[in-house]
Write a protein that binds this ligand. Sequence first.
Ligand code: ADP
Ligand code: MG
Length: 1001
Amino acid sequence: MVSAAAARKTVSVLFCDLADSTALGERVDPELLRELMGRWYDEMRIAVERHGGTVEKFVGDAVMAVFGLPRAHEDDALRAVRAALEMQTAVERLNASLARRDAAELRIRIGINTGEVVTGDEAATLATGDAVNTAKRLEQGAAGGEILIGGLTERLVRHAARLEPVAPLDAKGKSAPVKAWRVLGAVAGADSFARRWDTPLVGRTSELAVLRAELTASADERRCRLVTLIGAAGVGKTRLVSELVAEVRDHATVAAGRCLPYGDGITFWPLTELIRHLGGEQAVTDAMGDEPDAALVVERLRVFAGKGTAPPEELFWAVRRLFECLAASRPLLVVLEDVHWAEPTLLDLVEHVSRWSRDAPILILCVARKELLEERPQWEGVRVRLEPLSSGEATQLLEALDGDGILSPELRARVAEVAQGNPLYTEQLVAMLAEEARAALELVTLPPTIQALLAARLDRLDQHERHVLERAAVVGKEFWPGAVAALDGGDQALGTTLLELVRRDLVEPAVSSIPGEDGFRFRHALIRDVAYSGIPKRTRAQLHERFAGWVEDRNAREELVGYHLEQAYRYRDELGAIDAGARALGERAGELLTSAGRRALAGDDMPAAVNLLERGVALLPRTSESRGFVLLDVAIALMRSGAFASAEGALEEALDLARADRDRRLELRTLVEREFFRIFTNADPSTEEITRIAKEAIPALEALGDDTGVAKAWHLLSEPPVNACRWGERADALEHALEHARRAGDAREGARIAASLMQAIQLGPTPVDAAIDRAHLFLRESEGDRLFTASILSSLAVLLAMRGEFGEARAQWAAAQTPWNELGMLHRRAIRAIDASTIELLAGDAEAAERELRDGYRMLEEIGEMHVRPTVAAYLAAVLAQEGRAAAAEEFVHFAESHAWEDDIVTQVMWRVARAQVRAPAGEAAEAELLAREAVDLAAPTDFLDLQATAQLALARVLREAGSPAAADAAARAQAVYELKGNVVGAGWAAQLVETAPGSE
Ligand SMILES: Nc1ncnc2c1ncn2[C@@H]1O[C@H](COP(=O)(O)OP(=O)(O)O)[C@@H](O)[C@H]1O
Ligand SMILES: [Mg+2]
């Protein structure tokens, strides 16, 4: 069932070669040369193997070694570098031993590179991949005695090695030169990762308290306590312990040692280090004082300094005695770091000391990853688990790490999501992003350090566990055992293996989103990513395709099925394995994604629509009939999400396609859409051009039976009257558009059209009573569509206010606002501020009207809107002018005047209305009258009755101010227009003015 198939792995490859070997052959006797080469090979092999690498092959006089096969280690790159340094030393030693025998002097050059390779099954472990070629290239570029490393290796070891950059190497057959660094030496005792201790400690108060209490308890009880701090790599164990140490230093003796992952004689290394830190043999002697067994203890402990030998039991005893004596005067804190790497004998020693020591306050604090308990389930003592930081704490840490605020809020959120409360991951991600100055969210990839850490963890799994984990990784962060089993055609051992993976903290049970299927999820998204990255692409392609079938049978959403088919296609494409079957796969993926994208578009979810449609269109073959229309939808989605440049590109592409295929329907639809685009982006929309295209498209698309298209064309035709304020004309076109949209069964588009239509009816010549009836009709149809309902209610509220029903008007307006606020449609809410102020003015509350307009203006200002803001400013100015607030009014008049388009009639009328009323009381009667008359003239050709009446009323007021007998006449005209609309309240104002104005009888 499970075969050791090929796998993808990140490894470090080392090439080592004898420099000038031909010259050497000439100088040295062949017999000696043979002996020399034999010794040299041995030395190289020893150096490689001591650091956990494998010699892959000897080619001529070159050695190729790989670090990370068959099993990865988190520090493979560093191991390779250390091995290389040792190889150079070994060669020097070899030369020294030869010096007198001949003129032979060996010089080696070494190249190291880290990267992804593919390894075969057990028979052929040989790694292949570009990473290997690059390592070879680096080796060839090195001089005798030199070690050169490549970019990824540099990133992984730079905190632990002394390096200097050299000029990039020109590589044969490679597109870019290879970046290289020269290794000067290694930093002794460096950790596998760069860690930083400069950020303030976040959280951890309770854990610190537990450790503190353990130390106190051991002091009170005067006995040894063994505590093990358990947590994942990077979760903050060492940091926590260092905080504890700093805190207790003054009243306790601290002794610390660390376990190493590999090396000669590492078993007791932590004790060697511990004693050295205490002060070596002298410190031991001092600590033992005049104890009767002092001399023997000192003698035994010299073993740790490499002097003499003793049986383990003797060593255990000596360490215990040392600890007891160290603890005689004050508590002793022994810290053993990285105990998951400890040899069993060291663990035995620790347990021995903790069990047998007497009458001494000792706290042995072991720090380990969970692997310790996998190796040694019976491990004694208290266990303290260190969990990831809470999300609040993680945010705090991120703020501290990104002090300069290089990362955008979105990027920070993404880092938090990926790091899941692990401080080391957080640090590494921030460092990577800061360095690469990458801004795009998708680019939060795996830092190579974390990849190495997790790959090492996964390489500890047995073959079946690994196999299951990889299948699960194809399914996703959440997965179902049923799906994992289906990928292999059934798997008997799955249940037990999953439990094992749970035990190892790699996965955990989760709530299932598929009824009837158990759910699981990866403990960390990065674990999934690393497991996934180990699967060869060919296998990935097969598994994604199989899984797509499995979810499809369970009624999964189209985007999910489409995603997996898309992956299956992509990997085949990358492997150059596109046959008819793969093509069909790609096309189906394209159709599913497109269909999901259209649903997102209809639901106004623009980010999803853009993403799905763009991916869909990329998968549809050029010959696909629907491709052009998908492009059109891509353009619409892009346009609605504000990505105008890309939208324009998609439109042009659709148009080219339509013309090449002589697809008249596509061509007309695209042309219509392009005019919308021009209107939307203010890209020089010409009324004549819009009208011509719409009028041409309507009958043609009608003949083609494309109701959606006809609806759009009518909708387009309704656009030019907007600026001109010919609302009746707009309403007529929209009535047609609505009819066709409904015929096409497009409810969403219908609602959009109806909302515009209602507004046209509100503003145009339709009398208030009829308009209110229409609003009620729309409301009955709008059930469930909250945004549609909101716009109808907003119009209805204004109409009710015109009839003087203010209570009801305000109630409806309030109801309209809720969805805008809840759905975050602040823009819509801001534009409708004019409606709100109209209601308040009709109700006689100028202050409230001003407040509404100011709010709207501020919102538009915040988002930098410049289309409607001048109009809102003009209305605001008019209210202020009527209140006699000349200076404030003038400010907004100025803004409206200087930013309004020439053909934007409403704004042009309203700022004149405002300024006329500012100027009149200031004694500038002539200019005021001129402005007011201009306003009246501008409003005259429109059918915007309220605007006409407002202009007339302003004129009447200006004339009254000047004592002109023409005032009554103007007021009477305003009254007539208001009455035509059925605006009872407005008519009342005008009537009052008629009575009080000069010129009335
Ligand atoms: N609570 C914390 N607050 C701030 N930084 C932390 C915290 N815990 C860990 N770090 C930082 O995260 C990195 C990894 O922590 P470390 O203690 O080395 O992890 P571990 O020993 O568990 O592998 C270090 O740079 C450390 O300074
Ligand atoms: Mg640590």
